[in-house]
Design a protein around this ligand. Structure first.
Ligand code: NAD
Length: 486
């Protein structure tokens, strides 16, 4: 029996919709839940509710907003198993991925609560002896649009800091994960007793997303947009927000490289490549999408990598907790990954492991002889497929890593820390991790990409900057002279 959710969450009330859409378990295509399909009417209701809720929320003492964030965290901690189960069924994720995500989300709310105890401004020198302040204040209503791959984590990241700072939010999760990225948070906020209108959640089907997405940018009450998703959609959203002169933080796709130097700890390198390439079927924005290996250790690295990747069990993670490689989220993603494998093989790539695509299930796949003309070299894969490419100098590795429009994260494995830092310096990515895979996140760090991987930063005080506006306020004490003519 499919789950039926209470409705949209608008102004602290559950609001029913005339129509619903199906939320599928990607492993078998079965309907896991039926979800409210919002129209423009409910979208505008949600924006107005957020607008109405904003003033009182922003006026609360900062500790009270922090206390609400801590209550939200503790409700999520108590409901951890519900979230893990939902992530397995709705998102097609391995149980370990669900445990990680459900454990991480409360941390984001803790960090957001803590962010309110930091300075909110600076005192500046004044040539006229004024008391001159740079102060940050909340912006108003923020739209948060989140993706399906880490739906709870990325919704938490887009909402927690914005709310703690005193903004109200309208959240629109992905149509693939409307519960774990959306209505779950509505349930949590209701239970935590967060005032009405502070968080509003609307869910809609893919056919309505464009019109509703436009309204969530265009409406005059919306003051800022935080979007996590594909570069194609992110560009459109940032351009539209720009036309209104509204602030948009867009966290987008990636084509991250892991550079393995000849002095690497081989065991660490193999594990970093395996985790980075195949965790959650490669559906992580920071997934390793190119493994670059120094030619001196290529022949030792490759068999060890194949051996470890081979051991990852493919199967339905909603039924079998031992299944580590679950389905891709939908047929479109599976078709895209299949096309990349076929294109590579047609142009001369060799399959060293895997290559099999069975419906939405794709085997962990390692490709050799990958060249610049192949889709898998250039485009984001977002699946468990990775090329292994040899290099001979650090300059060459850096050039191959940078040979993409993306610039999200990167990894370098070397025993020489200075060399690692020098390579990091050469990489055109927003983040770089030495002696680790490119997949890293913590709630208080400056997370974000360069180039086509996005604009803006999430995490800690960088989130605070993203979700507030800076004002210059002065207090004159009779010091500034005016021209005598006046
Ligand atoms: P997507 O762009 O298809 O969708 C993201 C969100 O945008 C969803 O909620 C979707 O409903 C909504 N959307 C789609 N079209 C819209 C429109 N015209 N107007 C407004 N909203 C619209 O991305 P996805 O498939 O959900 O997520 C996968 C992508 O996200 C990958 O490219 C991945 O790299 C990226 N991602 C980036 C980060 C990061 O932090 N940089 C994190 C996770 C995922």
């Amino acid at each position: 029996m499919a789950i039926n959710f209470k409705g949209l969450y608008i102004g602290g009330q559950w609001v029913n919709t005339a129509s619903h859409f199906d939320d599928l378990n990607p492993a078998d295509g079965a309907v896991w839940a039926t979800v409210p399909d919002a129209t423009m009417t409910e979208t505008v209701m949600a924006i107005r509710a957020a607008h109405d809720g904003f003033k009182a929320w922003a006026a609360l003492p900062f500790q009270e907003r922090s206390n609400y964030m801590l209550k939200v965290a503790s409700v999520i901690e108590r409901r951890k198993n519900d979230l893990v189960e939902a992530l397995r069924h709705e998102g097609g994720g391995w149980i370990g991925k669900g445990m990680f995500e459900a454990g991480y989300v409360p941390e984001v709310f803790h960090a957001a609560a803590a962010s309110n105890y930091a300075a909110i401004g600076e005192i500046l020198p004044s040539e006229n002896n004024k008391f001159s302040l740079a102060v940050r204040r909340p912006m108003g209503v923020i739209t948060c649009i989140s993706p399906w791959n880490f739906p709870a984590l990325l919704t938490a990241r887009g909402t927690a800091f914005a709310l703690a700072a005193g903004n109200a939010v309208v959240l629109k999760p992905s149509e693939e994960t409307p519960y774990t990225g959306g209505l779950f948070f509505a349930e949590v906020f209701e239970e935590a007793g967060v005032p009405a209108g502070v968080l509003n959640v609307i869910t809609c089907s893919r056919s309505r997303v464009q019109a509703i997405g436009d309204e969530l940018i265009d409406h005059p009450a919306i003051k800022g947009i935080t979007f996590t998703g594909s570069t194609a959609v992110g560009r459109v959203i940032a351009a539209r927000a720009g036309a209104h002169l509204k602030k948009a933080c867009v966290e987008l796709g990636g084509k991250d490289a892991l550079i393995i130097c000849e002095d690497a700890d081989l065991d660490r390198a193999v594990k970093a490549a395996n985790f980075g390439s195949f965790m959650h079927q490669g559906q992580i924005c920071m997934s390793v999408e190119k493994v670059l290996v120094h030619e001196k250790i290529f022949d030792r690295f490759l068999p060890a990598f194949i051996e470890r990747a081979k051991a990852l069990k493919v199967g339905d993670p909603s039924r079998d907790p031992a299944s580590i490689i679950g389905p891709l989220i939908n047929d479109k993603q599976a078709a895209r990954v299949k096309e990349q494998i076929e294109d590579a093989v047609a142009k001369g790539a060799k399959i060293a492991l895997g290559g099999g695509v069975n419906g939405r299930f794709v085997e962990p796949t390692i490709l050799l002889n990958v060249t610049r003309d192949m889709l898998v070299y250039r485009d984001e894969t977002f699946g468990p497929v990775v090329p292994v490419i040899p290099f001979s100098t650090d300059e060459q590795a850096i050039a191959i890593a940078n040979d993409t429009e993306y610039g999200l994260s990167s990894g370098v494995i070397t025993r020489d820390e200075s060399r690692g830092l020098a390579i990091a310096q050469g990489l055109e990515t927003g983040m770089c991790h030495i002696n680790c895979s490119s997949v890293n996140d913590e709630p208080h760090v400056p997370f974000g990409g360069s180039k086509a991987s996005g604009l803006g930063r999430h995490g800690g005080r960088w989130s605070h900057e993203t979700f507030t506006e800076t004002r210059w306020v002065t207090l004159d004490r009779g010091g500034r002279p005016f021209p005598p003519q006046f």
